[in-house]
Design a protein around this ligand. Structure first.
Ligand code: C2E
Ligand code: MG
Ligand code: MG
Ligand code: MG
Length: 282
């Protein structure tokens, strides 16, 4: 025990790490101010039907414009928000913002408005008892119908434990959609798909990007799509960057696609223009 504690102390106070620790403490303090200061905002990335490329939905992605550092990636600040107890506030903000934007788009775009908006949920949010009430509140405040909202959870998270599974079932019972994000990167995979209360599978970008060069990745994508179709689940290919990838995913029977080829995450005004100028054939 003493030896382990000693080692841990050594690691913690190693000079190269001290700056890391104080840097992350500083960032944490900045993050506490970020919401009240209006530095957190949301961008939206379209999801399109394959192969026609008409709008199938949008995904809300959180952004933090740090006054000194510039844009901080959600891959960095979402884990930080989880670690310092800010994820509920950030998550609630993104959810409400996404629902309000969705309603705004219905008014501005009418028949070509995206039919659904997707919002990412993290581990800590799924363990928060208030989550289901927050979702109901966001729907009520905006007058959205539950089937117009989709929540994205990662594979490792969804498979994790009974509490999380129970919450996921409650969300589905509201009529809200559930998407399995980054599919293929977790440990569970195909055999678990039928046990999870999800109605869409998003195939991870790492598979999509290697599909044309790697037989292994292509075979796994084919198996995933076959399983998803058998179970009646929707399918989305993430991170499509080339017309070849779009054509391949369409030819393999993937229903929807998302990626820089179609559009990057955008503010609302460019998103409206992008949708109005569509459909976007390759
Ligand atoms: P994700 O949910 O899998 O979102 C897709 C990520 O891939 C986004 O990165 C998006 O900008 C990026 N992406 C989309 N198309 C392409 C492409 O063609 N090529 C490449 N290279 N990248 C592409 P982003 O916005 O940096 O978000 C990273 C992750 O952070 C998200 O992965 C999600 O897990 C998490 N995240 C973002 N916003 C939120 C949020 O509001 N709440 C929670 N809990 N997590 C969030
Ligand atoms: Mg996502
Ligand atoms: Mg994803
Ligand atoms: Mg991903």
């Amino acid at each position: 025990e003493a030896k382990r504690a000693g080692r841990a102390r050594y690691v913690l106070f190693e000079p190269s790490m001290r700056s890391d620790v104080s840097a992350s403490v500083a960032l944490e303090n900045d993050l506490r101010q970020a919401l009240p200061n209006g530095e957190i905002f949301v961008q939206y990335q379209p999801v399109v039907h394959l192969p026609g490329n008409t709008v199938a939905g949008i995904e809300a992605l959180a952004r933090w414009r740090h006054p000194q550092r510039g844009l901080v990636s959600p891959a960095d600040f979402i884990p930080l928000a989880e670690a310092c107890g800010l994820i509920d506030a950030v998550g609630q903000f993104v959810l409400h913002q996404a629902c309000r934007t969705f309603e705004l788009l219905q008014h501005q775009l009418g028949p070509v408005a995206p039919p659904v908006v997707a919002v990412n949920l993290s581990r800590a949010q799924l363990r928060q008892p208030r989550l289901v009430a927050d979702i109901q509140e966001a729907l009520r405040d905006t007058g959205m119908s539950p089937h117009q909202l989709v929540l994205e959870v990662t594979e490792s998270l969804a498979a994790q434990d009974a509490t999380v599974q129970h919450t996921l079932r409650e969300i589905r019972a509201l009529g809200v959609g559930l998407s399995l994000d980054d599919f293929g990167t977790g440990y569970s995979s195909l055999s678990c798909l039928h046990e999870l209360p999800v109605n869409t599978v998003k195939i991870d970008r790492s598979f999509v990007s290697q599909a044309s060069d790697s037989e292994y990745h292509r075979v796994l994508i084919e198996a995933t799509l076959r399983m998803a179709h058998t179970l009646g689940l929707g399918t989305v290919a993430e991170g499509i960057e080339t017309p070849e990838q779009a054509r391949l995913m369409a030819s393999l029977g993937c229903a929807e696609g998302q990626g820089y080829l179609f559009a990057k995450p955008m503010d609302v005004a460019p998103l409206v223009m992008w949708i109005q100028s569509g459909p976007h054939p390759l």
